[in-house]
Design a protein around this ligand. Structure first.
Ligand code: ADP
Length: 173
């Protein structure tokens, strides 16, 4: 059977709540390696995200506008099903720590059972970004009252800075 999946199309899924400079670095490098990258913003009905699906779509689109071969969509359900709907043959993931490796390895094996024709490709986090997580960013936005824009600039792409500050300002009012 000839696979209808495109071997030059990689799909990068995540929560991106918020998107970090580490995420952007993975997209930038993936876009240089493959003809097409689709970024899939996963919507998990069990989780209460900081940014709504619409907010994340809008902000991630602003961040990734310079990358002409990258498109952005949201999805719910299994990541491999989304990758297949996109007709991508590759799932792109980023690795930061040993904990990431352990978790990503198990997820990768499960995904291989669910979709043997979709390959997972791992990129090691950039050395400047390996310490960055969405959880850490939320903590900084919540507690770094003084000069928070300057602090956040080392962790998140520009379009996310003010919206992050506004989210926590509203919560503490
Ligand atoms: P998830 O909800 O799947 O954990 P994330 O948005 O946190 O989604 O991450 C999506 C992917 O990006 C995962 O493969 C994760 O390991 C990777 N990632 C997260 N932060 C970084 C970073 N700072 N540098 C490189 N990759 C990262």
């Amino acid at each position: 059977m000839v696979s209808a999946l495109d071997a030059k199309h990689a799909v990068y899924v995540g929560s991106f709540d918020p998107m970090s400079l580490g995420h952007e670095d993975i997209v930038r490098r993936g876009a240089a390696m493959y003809e097409r990258v689709t970024v899939g913003i996963g919507i998990n009905p069990e989780k209460r995200p900081l940014f709504s699906c619409e907010e994340r779509l809008e902000l991630v689109r602003m961040v990734l506008a310079p990358y002409k071969n990258v498109s952005i969509e949201s999805f719910d359900g299994l990541a491999v099903d989304f990758v297949r709907r996109c007709k991508g043959a590759l799932m792109l993931r980023g690795l930061r720590t040993l904990t990431d490796i352990e978790m990503e390895f198990t997820t990768c094996l499960a995904n291989r059972v669910l979709a043997p024709d979709i390959e997972t490709v791992f990129l090691m986090a950039g050395e400047k970004y390996a310490h960055i997580s969405s959880t850490l960013i939320k903590q900084i936005a919540q507690m770094g009252h003084h000069n928070s824009a300057e602090k956040l600039r080392a962790f998140v792409p520009e379009p996310f800075i003010q919206p992050l500050i506004d989210k926590f300002a509203r919560r503490t009012q």
